[in-house]
Design a protein around this ligand. Sequence first.
Ligand SMILES: N[C@@H](CCC(=O)N[C@@H](CS)C(=O)NCC(=O)O)C(=O)O
Length: 209
Amino acid sequence: MILYDCITAPSPRRARIFAAEKGIELEKVQVDLGTGEHLSESFMRINPRCTVPALALDDGTIIADNFAIADYLESIQPQPALIGSNARERALIIQLNNRIEVEGFMALAEILRNSSPRMKNRALTGPVDFPQLPALAERGRARFQYFFPMLEEQLGDQEFLLGDHFSLADISAFVVTEFAGWVKERIPQDCNRLQAWYARIKARPACSA
Ligand SMILES: N[C@@H](CCC(=O)N[C@@H](CS)C(=O)NCC(=O)O)C(=O)O
């Protein structure tokens, strides 16, 4: 399997950490988002959505979405279970992961993609250019203020976001936490339990993948 990756970007990092936690070795091919390699004809033949991560299976099938990649890797190598060990756990992990996606990743992407001069006309990923809307950057920042307090409440006194077991939701939230630094957002001082969670997750060897 080949993972089309970009070492500096948050989304493929989620897939790298997920695979590393499972001990799955993936061949990595770097796609340089900085020079627009993801918009080249050759990469569009691999992933017409022009995004990374994209996982190429040995039969040539391309899986170009983080959750689908995680779900595939979980199916071919169930242990350690990162998307739950039963139907209830799986549903709760997927539910929280979606929330992290929408309220964390999407809010940060709204800020960054609608304000960074580097992303002029690239307000959305994909093959089509869209102009930046500064009001969306403002809205992204406003809604991101609710993200870390939401996670702090979710965490409570648990070791991981959904209890005793490290899961896909911890990976996604960890990557959002580091991505937030790009737009000068960080875990608020009064979210003490989340600060401690972050230190615990960062210390995991797979999180430096
Ligand atoms: N939902 C997708 C999003 C992937 C995504 O947005 N990747 C970014 C890198 S973090 C990308 O490829 N950006 C290309 C661009 O900026 O045009 C996933 O998580 O798989």
